[in-house]
Structures are given as C-alpha cells and as structure tokens.
Write a protein that binds this ligand. Sequence first.
Ligand code: GDP
Length: 446
Amino acid sequence: MVLAELGGSISRALQQMSNATIIDEKVLNECLNEITRALLQADVHFKLVRDMTTNIKKIVNLDDLAAGHNKRRIIQQAVFNELCKILDPGKASFTPKKGKPSIVMFVGLQGSGKTTTCTKYAYYHQKKGWKPALVCADTFRAGAFDQLKQNATKAKIPFYGSYTESDPVKIAVDGVETFKKENCDLIIVDTSGRHKQEAALFEEMRQVAEATKPDLVIFVMDSSIGQAAFDQAQAFKQSVAVGAVIVTKMDGHAKGGGALSAVAATKSPVIFIGTGEHMDEFDVFDVKPFVSRLLGMGDWSGFMDKIHEVVPMDQQPELLQKLSEGHFTLRIMYEQFQNILKMGPIGQVFSMLPGFSAELMPKGRENESQAKIKRYMTMMDSMTNEELDTSNPKLMTDSRIMRIARGSGHQVHEVMDMMEEYKRLAKMWSKMKGLKIPKKGEMSAL
Ligand code: GDP
C-alpha cells in the first residue's frame, strides 16, 4: 500500500533523529526536511506541510526544553499531533443505528468505485450485526444493476433494482419502501455517476435525495486525484448535503495523502478508505489510529476491534493479558496460528501491530502463508510442553531441534526457520510489555 511508503519515510526520519547522540537544531531540521519531502511526495498541499513544520518548530523549542525532558518524545508527539491536525476535519459524521431504518445514499463520479464501495459498506455493517440492503438507482451506466446484483449476491445482501424502469427516483423510492417493510436497518442507495461533474448529475442526485430523505449522503472519490479532491468534494457538497466521504483506491496511488488532507480541508469527515478491489479491503478511517499506524506505532483501537471480531471470546482476556506482559511463547504462537487458519483474515489483526504480518502474511500470497503456518504447526506438534511454554529460545538446543525435525518429518533448517519466525514475533511482542492497552481513539505509546 502506497501510504505505507509515506509512513515508512516519516518513521525513518524520526528514527534517524532518535539515533543522533544530541538533538540540536540541525538534527531537528534534517528530520523535518525529510518529513516535508515525504508529505510533498504524497501530494499533501505545500501550505499544509509548511504550516506543520512551522508549528513543530514553535512547539519544540530546543533551548527551552528543560534538561531531562525527553526531546525525542516531544518531537515525535508534535509530529503525531500535527499530522492529526492536517487530517482531522473537526467534524463527526452520522452513524447508523441498529434496529432503526437508516437510509444512506452514495454519490460520486463514474469509475470512482461507488458501486464497489456500496457493497463493501453493506458487507462491513452486515458483519457487525446490521441488516443492510442495496438499492441500485443507477440507471445511467449500462451494467450498473448487474454489477451491484453480482456483488450483493456474493455477500448475501438483499438488493433491489430494475432492468426496465428508467426513472432513478422511482427505483430509489420503491427500493427504500420494499426494504423498510422487510425491516432492514441500513438501506443503501447507489446513484448514477457521470464522467465529470455536470448539471444533469447534480440535478438527479438532488431529486433522489429529496424523494428518499437519506439520513446520510456519502460521497465516494478516487484517491488518485490527490489535491484536486478539495474542489471535487466542495462541488458535491454544494449540490447535495454530503455528510461523509469515502476515499477509494488508497492501495494504488501515491497521491493518497493529498486526497485525504484535501478532503479534511473541506471539513468533511472521511469515514472509510478503500484499499483494494475485494469486499473486505475496506478500513475504518479514524484520524488518530490512522496516523499511529502510518507512523508504525500500531493501531490499538483497530487492533482491539479485530481481536473482538476474530479471536474467540473466551481467549480474548488471556491473550490481552499475555500481550501486556510481553510474554510470547511458542504455545501462544501456535494458538494464534490456529486462529489464523480458522478465521482466515486474522492476518489483518496483526497487521494492525507494527511489524507483525508483513513478513508472515504478505498480501496476495495468503495461500503460501497458510501452507507455511501449517508446516510450522506440525513442527510444534512435536514439541514438549516445556518447549511450548518457555519464552527462552536458548532452551532449543541443537539436539532438541533435531528431535523436532525428525518427529515432524521436516528438515532441521525448516525448524530453524520456524524458530527465527518465533524470535521475530517474540521481539515485536516484547515491545508491548507494560503497555496499558489504550481505550478506543487514544494513541498508542510512542
Ligand atoms: P463506479 O463507476 O463509481 O460505480 O465504480 P466501480 O465500483 O465500478 O469501480 C471502478 C473500478 O475501481 C472497479 O474496477 C473496482 O474494482 C475498482 N475499485 C473500487 N474500489 C477500489 C479500491 O479501493 N482499490 C482498488 N485497487 N480498486 C478499486
């Protein structure tokens, strides 16, 4: 994901600064120059970047910092806060409530990813216990109904549309009525797009909105337009009461930073980002956890959400307890591998933590990763309880490794590979030691 590059550059700049013996003005300036370069490359508006560095310099007055203060921490915190400021529109959006019918209308240009995003949004809420339904009021694009139908069927979400009716307002109204009767609590109306902003599109949007009275209008935009997102979001906001924005294709474009910051500048809350073509490549967008993750500091609230979603309820307290003790044994690794195999996307859980999944579960190579996990588990099946419960890798002497290889029908070097993987995870896990698991929305410890 391209944003990871931006995050990587910023955290490298911070890390380099941390490596310096003394942090003086020169070191601070070098660090800020690196960060400036990274943000400009991600197409963040020059003025925002300039304001950000000016503010950081104001906050971090090196001469004034009393001896004993942790300058690095103050600088990192200032960078974190300023990035949050750039991305925070200072406004929350309407959130649908379960059990009460909400109508959510999607608008956007053709090709922005609107139809795909409607299904992702429905699917996300379905997994969380809503009863969503999809209405295709896009009569402009040939094939729009078929596409929505196909996506909805795949996700087992009820849908409504017509091959013969050409009036989008009528379809929208009929669809909403149908699903209200069926007690759906999240009725999603997909509207027509156009290749560019034009009067006919805005007029149609206004009519559909007037007839269906949506609780929320979501504007979908493609991140590749970068800073131009500002004008596009403004234009849509002026025509219809846009209450939230979803920025798509954040997986493929270097301009993602520009799009996100430009949308924030229009004071529109971005609620989700699209990170791929698949149904579950869709992330909640919450500024603080997003910036935490961008800077490689881990996304605690996302992590907690995922833990609740995929780790069996009875295992959750124990896992969290072990996490805060920084105590990582081969048995914990085994149990988490079991979860990965059972739940499939648990790789996403650990991708919320810095450094965890990139190597173990590279995106797009899930099958290979699953085979590797199964191999590791067979080897662990040949371990004794003592071996599984220790967090001291020194216990694993050559003779033990040979025994495990023989017992599991694997090569010695494969067992050694597995131990390397364990050590890598244990090292990362140890960073969690003593951490208070923050409440939702709080930033992680720096
Ligand atoms: P619409 O015309 O706005 O309804 O756009 P579609 O939903 O048909 O999407 C246009 C193209 O963008 C399709 O090929 C989608 O698979 C693709 N797409 C949508 N969202 C994303 C995303 O987040 N990432 C990537 N890589 N592709 C996406």
